[in-house]
Ligand binder design. Structure first.
Ligand code: HSE
Length: 312
């Protein structure tokens, strides 16, 4: 038996929730943005083949590839599968180091597919813990703000409670999310190392206000308030100088009428929120002309992907 699973691109942090908030997104043009993984039972062992536009950016050694690491962890934890085997084909369609949850997309698609093909040995909660573990190995620290939305869809708030790792919060149906990946890549561990070890009291209070204000406004469905709260005091001040063109883009986007903008994950992708398609298209045009580099990149107008990982 074989099956293919897709896991969507994600915007982690959303300015106000460093390591705590993440949204799954889908382009409005109907194309999928995310990795796909095909799994097929074989007699024994783990076989891996990588294909797709970004396969050449993956580690050469098979046992450093995250899809392989996922399968190894899955078999280690599922005692009854110790004699099972799997062939994995990773369709690497997300650019690596883009800030769009590329590794999370591969991890989620692989573990979801394995759980499907072997008839659900793990609960969703157990699967999510494994996803976080692998994500932690590749980025230097465990955070769920990409894997949780890629797996469950929607806008996810990390709770890290004993009985609940995360939960979805309401989204604004009218919002368009414009994402621009400039074609360059940044290393998440290095972007994390730029952040201070400690923050001052004033920042702490502003941080609490913005995050709680955004969550409050989301539940109240108060768009204006939610957009006003999307201010990043934790990462943007320290990361933005390392993302070429980011601050001018943020200024230009604001003049074009977007409600808010910020760094997607650890960058270099920038995201902008617009409450109409016209403004989203203006932002798209500007970003295409000014934010993409000679290395390529892309701009997509998206909506929130409510479905998360799924068999395709
Ligand atoms: N919350 C993480 C960070 C996401 O910003 O470092 C990285 O993918």
């Amino acid at each position: 038996m074989s099956l293919t699973v897709f896991a969507p691109a994600t915007i982690a942090n959303l300015s106000v929730g460093f390591d705590l908030l993440g949204a799954a997104v889908e382009p409005i043009d109907g194309n999928l943005l995310g990795d796909r993984v095909m799994v097929e039972g074989i007699a024994k062992g783990i076989e891996l083949e990588s294909v797709g536009p970004y396969k050449n950016f993956l580690p050469e050694k098979e046992d450093e590839n995250i899809a392989f690491l996922c399968a190894r962890l899955f078999f280690e934890k599922a005692a009854k599968l110790k004699n099972a085997g799997i062939k994995i084909t990773l369709y690497k369609e997300m650019p690596i180091g883009s800030g769009l949850g590329s590794s999370a997309s591969s991890v989620v698609a692989t573990l979801f597919a394995l759980n499907e093909v072997f008839d659900h040995p793990f609960s969703s909660e157990e699967l999510l813990l494994m996803m976080g573990e692998i994500e932690g190995r590749v980025s230097g620290s465990i955070h769920y703000d990409n894997v949780a939305p890629a797996f469950l869809g929607g806008l996810q708030l990390m709770l890290n409670a004993n009985h609940k790792l995360c939960d979805s919060i309401p989204v604004f149906d009218s919002w368009f999310w414009v994402i621009a990946y400039p074609g360059t890549s940044l290393n998440t561990s290095k972007m994390r190392a730029l952040l201070p070890e400690k923050y001052g009291r004033a920042d702490l209070i502003r941080y609490g206000q913005y995050l709680s204000g955004f969550i409050h406004a989301s539940y109240k469905q108060n768009e204006k308030l939610a957009a006003e709260m999307l201010v990043d005091v934790v990462a943007e001040p320290y990361r933005s100088p390392h993302i070429p063109g980011y601050l001018p883009a943020k200024c230009a986007l604001s003049e074009l009428g977007v409600l808010a903008s910020g760094i997607s994950g650890s960058g270099p992708t920038i995201f902008a929120v617009a409450d109409s398609k016209e403004v989203a298209q203006r932002a798209e045009d500007w970003l295409k002309k000014n934010y993409l580099t000679s290395k390529g990149g892309f701009v997509r107008i998206c909506k929130i992907d409510r479905r998360g990982a799924r068999v395709v």
